[in-house]
Design a protein around this ligand. Structure first.
Ligand code: T3D
Length: 261
């Protein structure tokens, strides 16, 4: 079985992490296939939104620890190689993808699995799901953007608690803390997440790409710099076909038919 399942339907590229017997933990093959799927998502005009989810009872348990040789006498592992060649490029790809990415967290999201979910644009989680910054339990620090996402999304006090204690945060609390967009019932997660992704796939794709750029740039910008960036990106948005269509539809009191251009 391939460790990633990919299907395209109605403009939504659905990517399913598919190593359920390992709680969808990452190995090099899964990284490579996910990379390929996201490259396709970026370049294929048919793809107007992405949905990322997991097979089985978990979303993703982070790095597959059974791949790490830690026996006494074994040479120390240089984890910067794995982070630099797999996890960091993955987080960058998700953030830079010029299309909306919806994450449907179907079960536990631990270690890098939790932070990869947080790198997506909209996170919906099943009520039974949980988020675990499992790193400290094995002597590591949160990676895959964890030390950047957590303080920004939930504040330093909660970020420190999550990172140092490595306790499970329920999906309900994750929503209450502002870590994720929404919790939904387990039974409706996939239809709810797909409805959000389908809605986005019919939206102004170019505008969404610019919106992502603006939002993500804000963390490193002063208000002045951000106002300038908004001006420049709004110029681009105003040149899109979808802007014309949106205003025409508004004036004609009809639903816009965005083409993503
Ligand atoms: O190495 C590098 O490249 C550096 C980068 C690191 C990035 C990281 O992600 S580091 C963090 C790695 N992940 C973890 O530390 C999480 C470890 N797993 C857990 O804490 C728990 O399993 C969960 C909270 C995810 C789920 O708990 P629970 O009670 O629902 O399930 P379980 O019984 O612990 O696990 C079920 C099975 O999945 C079990 O196998 P078994 O005993 O049934 O044969 C368990 O060993 C396996 N499993 C869970 N997580 C991993 C895993 N196998 C390999 N790697 C895993 N990460």
């Amino acid at each position: 079985m391939p460790s990633i399942l990919v299907s395209l339907d109605a403009g939504v590229l659905c990517i399913t992490l598919n190593r359920p017997e390992k709680l969808n933990a990452f190995n090099p093959e899964m990284h490579q296939l996910l990379r390929e799927a996201l490259t396709r998502a970026a370049s294929d005009a048919q793809v107007r939104a992405v949905m990322l989810t997991g097979a089985g009872r978990a979303f993703c348990a982070g790095q597959d620890l059974s791949e790490r040789e830690i026996a006494p006498g074994a040479a120390p592992i240089d984890l910067s190689v794995s982070i630099g060649s797999h996890y960091n490029p993955l987080v960058r790809r998700l953030r830079e993808l010029p299309k909306p990415v919806v994450c449907a967290v179907n079960g536990v999201a631990a270690g890098a699995g939790a932070n990869i979910a947080l790198a997506c644009d909209l996170v919906l989680a099943a009520r039974s799901a949980a988020f675990v910054q499992a790193f400290a339990k094995i002597g590591l620090i949160p990676d895959s953007g964890g030390t950047w996402f957590l303080p920004r999304k939930v504040g330093m006090a909660r970020a420190m608690g999550l990172a140092m204690l490595g306790e499970k945060l329920s999906a309900d609390d994750a929503e209450r803390w502002g870590l994720i967009w929404k919790v939904v019932d387990d039974s409706t997660l996939m239809t709810d997440a797909l409805a959000v992704a389908t809605n986005l796939s019919q939206g102004p794709t170019k505008g969404y790409a610019l919106l992502k750029r603006a939002m993500h740039a804000s963390a490193g910008n002063s208000l002045d710099a951000q106002l300038d960036l908004e001006r420049d990106l709004q110029r681009e948005a105003g040149h899109s076909e979808d802007y014309r269509e949106g205003v025409a539809a508004f004036k004609a009191k009809r639903k816009p038919a965005f083409k993503g251009k």
